[in-house]
Design a protein around this ligand. Structure first.
Ligand code: GCB
Length: 687
């Protein structure tokens, strides 16, 4: 407190002086943090002290803890904040047991005042420790959204950017026997330079959103391991084990599955032991998600994991799982809890989400648009659900900014290191709907290279999207001609449409010729996916909203009723063709339409469940004809919070494209997709 009081007095003096000279600039203090420790793999699988629960917080909208109002003076040192004292001390900030937030958890859904909050919240957690000798103390945060600065007992411990991946701090020299306090400055502001960037279509949840653990490990301990099936026929397994704190010549022993399958070796100069084993163990697949226990021992350390053995590869335009073509019957999902609302975490939330994939008869989930909690990929291993894992490189990223690329690469490394032992994870996705510019291509090619250098056993993908402008123009022509052929079109409507066609065809003299109109009406509508990023990735993901987003601009261009355009466009939908220019596997990684749960109406009424169900039927008919199609993941499993969608009564800050609403109630389209994914499959998706 004495420090705070001194700062305030000094600040007041300067304030008086500088107010005569004009407002002083606020001083951003650059705090120096030690580097993070290398990531500790499967932290949740070790014995640990979970630091979950109520953490005391200071909400700091003016950032007084990070930025001083006066040049030359430090900001308020919340990392040293003491409890409030009821005596003659001037104190304006304090952690207090009455002001807390739950960890893990987003702050937005814990306090109405914080629902739209973007800024700083300081967290503090006290813990009492017994004396520890000859061990290392690692502090693992499974995710903090988006920036975390951490102090232990007032001393800087580490800093991490990126809201969806775990990080580890070595706090051995910072903790002490007795009372300790961990303080975290959490900031969830997104900027044009961050990954993700400022403008997205999801709620920017802030907070310590996943578990926090303190883990005691031997000085020499097992940091990470990577297990992969290198030969499908011979069942050769390669196991790389990396130790921390050691060097060359340390013995490592691995037992996989049955106790007779043991292999031993020694570490090299880098602390890595590379071991191989020939096994007779069963393979992992969605039909038979067999997992085998692995036990790794080195010195005084032992770790365990559960591993599935499988191969995944692209061959020509097919995706092969264990050497056989597989069709991915999936759904895209945000990481929002069905039970509580808000950011989901842990196994209970994951189970609810993945149970819905099973209810859809699916075998695949696209975890959009950022890495989800490790519980989800672990449970997907157990349940036999294939996973598309994605980086938050979304829409308009600062492609030319080296710091942005650095952040994307760091998040890629953390994602891959965390999940590369998950048999369920079959695709790494590097980006969603990014513009076709040279700067973006260079950025994403480098990001792809980073991932391949860490894991070259999985195909890379990205969700591409088409240029809607050209397509809207062609759709408008066909819709105009089709409407002209309908007997109930009014004279003024006809005149309007004829003028439109005459203008775009530049043939005023021919425009009332029925042959011209019929030729326009039957003009094939085709989308060719042609993006240079296709050369970089192995599986081409394609997002398209035909039948949803294009009809309003077409109606505006034609000057006719949107309901008429929507009806005609729905009729046209099954006949539209989509193909990729490259002969690579293609996935429809998104299509969708909003429906407010419980709203019923004619099939052309937007926001009704009936429209959404009909839209799914027609989309699936079209999608079933796409050449080289290897999978589908419509948008989206559950309605999710989206602050950019404020439409009263229908959206109210929710994106309503869910197949279930926020309470889990199924909309009509749920059954349509479940039927498509059933063995009956009326749309012949997988053939
Ligand atoms: C997209 C985006 C997704 C949006 C969705 C929509 O193309 O990839 O993040 O939420 O469309 O609903 O418009």
């Amino acid at each position: 407190m004495a420090t705070n009081r001194r700062q305030l007095l000094a600040g007041a003096a300067i304030g008086v002086a500088s107010s005569l000279l004009g407002a002083p600039a606020r001083a951003q203090v650059v705090r120096v943090f030690p580097p993070l420790a290398p990531a500790l793999q499967n932290a949740g699988g070790r014995q640990s002290r979970l630091l979950n629960g109520a953490w005391e917080v200071i909400v700091d909208p003016m950032k007084v803890g990070a930025i001083s109002p006066f040049e030359g003076f430090p900001p308020v040192a919340f990392e040293n904040a003491t409890p409030w004292r009821d005596d003659l001390v001037l104190q304006e900030w304090a952690f207090d047991p009455g002001v807390t937030l739950r960890v893990p958890g987003d702050w937005n859904t814990q306090s109405e005042r914080l629902f739209f909050y973007e800024g700083d919240v300081w967290y503090a957690h006290k813990l009492t420790l017994a004396p520890v000798v000859e061990k290392r103390q690692l502090l693992v945060f499974e995710a903090v959204a988006n920036l975390a600065e951490i102090w232990v007992n007032g001393l800087p411990a580490g800093r991490h950017e990126g809201g969806f991946t775990p990080f580890t701090l070595d706090v051995t020299t910072l903790v002490k026997a007795g009372d300790n306090v961990i303080t975290v400055r959490v900031n969830n502001e997104l900027t044009p330079q961050t990954v993700p960037t400022r403008f997205t279509d999801w709620h920017n949840y802030g907070g310590i959103t996943r578990a926090v653990r303190l883990i005691e490990v031997p000085q020499i301990h097992i940091r990470s391991w990577c297990v992969r099936l290198t030969n499908l026929v011979r069942r050769d397994v390669q196991i790389d084990v990396v130790l921390a704190g050691g060097g060359a010549g340390i013995g490592v022993r691995v037992t996989l599955g049955k106790s007779d399958q043991t292999v031993s070796g020694q570490t090299d100069q880098t602390g890595t032991a590379r071991l191989t084993l020939r096994t007779r163990l069963g393979l992992w697949s969605p039909d038979s998600p067999e997992l085998h226990e692995i036990v790794i021992e080195a010195g005084d350390d032992t770790v365990r994991d559960r591993i599935g053995l499988r191969t995944i590869e692209v061959s020509g335009a097919q995706v092969l799982l264990n050497g056989k073509p597989i069709f991915l019957k999936g759904i895209s999902a945000h990481e929002e809890s069905l039970a509580r609302g808000g950011r989901s975490f842990g196994f209970d939330d994951a189970r609810q989400t993945l149970a819905l994939v099973k209810a859809l008869n699916g075998n695949f989930i696209r975890l959009a648009h950022y890495p989800h909690d490790e519980a989800t990929t672990r449970l997907a291993d157990e349940m036999g659900i294939l996973v598309w894992a994605e980086l938050p490189v979304y829409w308009g990223i600062a492609w030319e900014n080296p710091g942005t690329l650095h952040s994307a690469k760091a998040q890629a490394r953390e994602m891959v290191e965390r999940d590369r032992n998950r048999a369920s994870v079959v695709l790494w996705s590097i980006a969603n709907e990014t513009p076709k510019t040279p700067a973006r291509l260079a950025f994403l090619a480098e990001l792809a290279q980073t991932i391949r250098s860490l894991d070259n056993t999985r195909p890379l993908t990205a969700a591409l999207f088409g240029d809607p402008r050209g397509f809207v123009g062609r759709l408008a022509r066909v819709v105009a001609a089709r409407r002209l052929q309908e007997s109930d079109a009014s004279q003024s409507e006809k005149a309007q449409l004829s003028r439109f066609l005459a203008r775009v065809l530049n043939k005023p003299e021919l425009i009332n010729d029925p042959a011209v109109i019929s030729q326009q009406a039957s003009m094939p509508l085709e989308i060719v996916v042609d993006d240079p990023l296709g050369d970089v990735i192995d599986v081409i993901g394609f997002n398209q909203y035909l039948g949803w987003y294009y009809e309003a601009p077409v109606a505006r261009a034609l000057g006719i009723d949107e309901a008429v355009v929507r009806r005609l466009s729905l009729d046209l939908l099954p006949a539209i063709t989509i193909r990729a220019k490259l002969a690579k596997p293609v996935m429809i990684s998104e299509f969708g339409a909003d429906a407010k749960s419980g709203v019923r109406g004619p099939k052309t009424q937007v926001f009704s469940e009936d429209f959404q169900a009909e839209y799914y039927r027609r989309q699936l008919t079209m999608i079933g004809k796409i050449p080289n199609l290897v999978g589908v993941s419509p948008w989206v499993l559950k309605d999710f919070r989206a602050p950019r969608r404020s439409l009263p009564r229908l959206q109210e800050f929710w994106n309503r494209k869910g197949l279930v609403d926020e309470t889990g109630r199924r909309k009509l389209a749920f059954e349509v997709l479940a039927t498509a994914y059933s063995p009956d499959d009326p749309y012949s998706l997988a053939t």
